[in-house]
Write a protein that binds this ligand. Sequence first.
Ligand SMILES: NC(=O)c1ccc[n+]([C@@H]2O[C@H](COP(=O)([O-])OP(=O)(O)OC[C@H]3O[C@@H](n4cnc5c(N)ncnc54)[C@H](OP(=O)(O)O)[C@@H]3O)[C@@H](O)[C@H]2O)c1
Length: 278
Amino acid sequence: MSNNNWLYNATVVITGASGGLGKGIAMKLINDYNCKVIGIARNEEKMKQVVAELGSKSANFTYQLFDVAKEENWVEFKKYLEDNNIQPDVLINNAGILPKFNKFGNYTIDYIKFAMDINFYSAVYSMHHLMPMILKSRTPAIVNVASSAALCALAGTSVYTASKAALKGLTEAAREEYRGKCYIGLVCPGFTKTDIFSGQGEHAGTANKAIDMVSTACDSMVSKIVNGISHKRDLMVFGIDAKLMGGGNRLFAVQTSKLSSKVMEISKLPLFEETFKD
Ligand SMILES: NC(=O)c1ccc[n+]([C@@H]2O[C@H](COP(=O)([O-])OP(=O)(O)OC[C@H]3O[C@@H](n4cnc5c(N)ncnc54)[C@H](OP(=O)(O)O)[C@@H]3O)[C@@H](O)[C@H]2O)c1
């Protein structure tokens, strides 16, 4: 990979680095761009696995274990960076959860807040606390991983969609506020084969089968995302389903949501049962 690219040798903070897209992005940034990556997640066993898989490049990866949904953890992390004279160049907010598909009224208020804290407020906290440091970099950059759900709402995803639409709005406004001073990119991946569907509980198996039909392989999605970041793309919509949802929504907003949700309903998959139950 070209060592003329702005990403080369960059110090990158990425959340959700213990698995799925975050792990893939972290490893690709290290292997292809010689980045120094500080990964954030909670599960140490999975982090150790990342270190093991990096082999001779493992010195480029360090990790911090904390819950990104708690503001105080970001305050502490900022202090850790300062105390260790670490200048972050790039912040990638990737950690997220996919709540079980369900009707809005079936989610408790506590659960909605919990999901918003992880999917949206984590990025609010990280950007708020780390932005002053990032702006001191010679290559300042922030990349937020939203979802195709932010482009087109589907039945059963009210909470997820709200969290990702909020993240999209925050990212797009900040992108213009800091244009010329900091690259701020938004990623909207479509369905991708990762462990995110394990949150669907007893329906994880059928979730995976249904999702498998339309989803992108994790490695392929990771390559597209890293390539997009390396070209400082403002908006990265990847995956055929994401492109269809985004394009459809731009042309026929209500009809695209309605048709997609109808397909989910008539599929009779157990995954969507609660969503369409009276
Ligand atoms: N896969 C898809 O189809 C898809 C589609 C569109 C968008 N996305 C988005 O892409 C991002 C990555 O998803 P993925 O598919 O890679 O999911 P994944 O395989 O489930 O990985 C999620 C990562 O986030 C971390 N994480 C979750 N909650 C956390 C918390 N409270 N504090 C710290 N770390 C936390 C997990 O680590 P620990 O468990 O170790 O904490 C893990 O590293 C998410 O934002 C997701 O919404 C995914």
